[in-house]
Design a protein around this ligand. Structure first.
Ligand SMILES: *Cc1c(COP(=O)(O)O)cnc(C)c1O
Length: 372
């Protein structure tokens, strides 16, 4: 059994073959343009609002760089994948670690408000475990304090708030298509925004900041005479990755999303009555396609449970080690008591489309036995 897994078959293999043997162009070309179109259609946004890059981390990095300057501060929950923090510091911007709400495990806006200084220019919310919690409150908060919003929606592809897909509303939204996310392109990411200024910057910045090269790439051309006015990166997506992503997207609503939801529902049904377990709270108007299945284990029983499960061949994870505890991001000098407590309680259970209902039943039976 695996904790997470890429789910691929001959369809992705054939799509890659086509790029390798027929198209023959492996860099950023027409296939990337088509993947952007497919994502735009899926999200119901204009195609030019979607910018594909080589990883979710690059998407976040470019998003941060497009709106912030060296020395600026951005509020971010400490409980997130290291990527969120690295993307920020790569832009020479300071990540300000914030607490999360105990019920939703997403950024605590009251705590964040207390950390605002004259340098604070933005907030990066993380849709932890695919949960775009308190999204309206987030944007009200941003408006009140005149902050830009970057949504780290790496977990939240396919999720909805009030019947609107994540990515179809909001300021700047970043997705990841790495191997284990809701859909994969092998590695990959995307930035979604309606801000034309941000779009211009990130489209150039992914191709070494060569001005207006993106449009040429879609039609198999490139610029020979050009200008560069800012730092850029080799962050464009490859045609090979786009080909994988397009097949994955075509399977998402019919195959992956229902399976992920069904498994998460079963975990909830079988474990929610256990007094030692707390599930993340999901608001009524939020519809999630769960990327991971973290639960909290109370009464100091997480570590023994984790060991017991591992001995039974059940792999588990801990999402995430809070970033403020890392040497590079504060070395534990600031304390976020709630985040640290939650970190000691979290365990992530196996979840991907090849896990069976029988396996979930088996895992829950073991957990309920250990946590009587
Ligand atoms: C996966 C992930 C990312 C980064 O995505 P990559 O494509 O792996 O670079 C960023 N933030 C969170 C919360 C993630 O889970």
């Amino acid at each position: 059994m695996r904790l997470s897994k890429s789910i691929l078959n001959h369809q992705e293999a054939e799509a890659v073959n086509k790029i390798l043997l027929e198209d023959g162009y492996l860099g950023m070309g027409a296939e990337v343009g088509k993947f952007e179109q497919d994502i735009a259609t899926y999200l119901d946004v204009p195609t030019n609002h979607v910018v594909c890059v080589n990883t979710g981390t690059s998407a976040l990095h470019l998003a941060v760089e497009s709106i912030l300057e060296q020395g600026d501060e951005i509020l971010v929950p400490s409980l997130t994948f290291l990527s969120s923090f690295q993307a920020i510091s790569a832009a020479r911007v300071t990540p300000i670690s914030c607490e999360v709400y105990e019920d939703t495990l997403t950024i605590d806006l009251e705590d964040a408000a207390n950390r605002i200084t004259s340098k604070t220019k933005a907030i990066m919310s993380v849709h932890y475990a695919s949960n775009p919690a308190r999204l309206n409150e987030l944007y009200t908060f941003a408006k009140k304090f005149k902050l830009r919003v970057i949504e780290d929606a790496a977990h939240a592809f396919g999720c909805k708030k009030a019947d609107k897909k994540i990515g179809s509303i909001g300021d700047i939204i970043c997705f990841s298509f790495d191997g284990i996310k809701n859909i994969t392109s092998g590695e990959g990411g995307a930035i979604i925004t309606s801000d034309q200024n941000v779009l211009n910057i990130v489209k150039d910045a992914r191709l070494l900041a060569i001005e207006k090269d993106s449009d040429k790439r879609y039609v198999g051309q490139r610029s020979w005479d050009f200008d560069v006015k800012r730092q850029g990166y080799r962050y464009h997506m490859s045609n090979i990755f786009a080909a994988i992503g397009r097949v994955q997207l075509s399977k998402f609503e019919i195959e992956f999303a229902p399976k992920r939801k069904q498994l998460a529902k079963k975990y909830y049904e079988l474990l929610n009555d256990n007094n030692n377990i707390i599930f993340q709270m999901i608001e009524d108007d939020v519809d999630i396609v769960p990327h991971i299945m973290p639960i909290r284990i109370l009464n100091n029983k997480r570590d023994t449970l984790k060991n017991e499960l591992e001995q039974q061949g059940i792999p588990t994870g801990i999402h995430y080690k809070p970033n403020h505890l890392l040497s590079y991001y504060g070395d534990g000098k600031i304390s976020l008591p709630l985040t640290e407590k939650i970190y000691s309680e979290l365990i992530t259970l196996p979840l991907h489309p090849e896990i069976t209902i029988e396996q979930v039943v088996h895992i829950c039976k073991l957990i309920n036995t250990y946590l009587k």
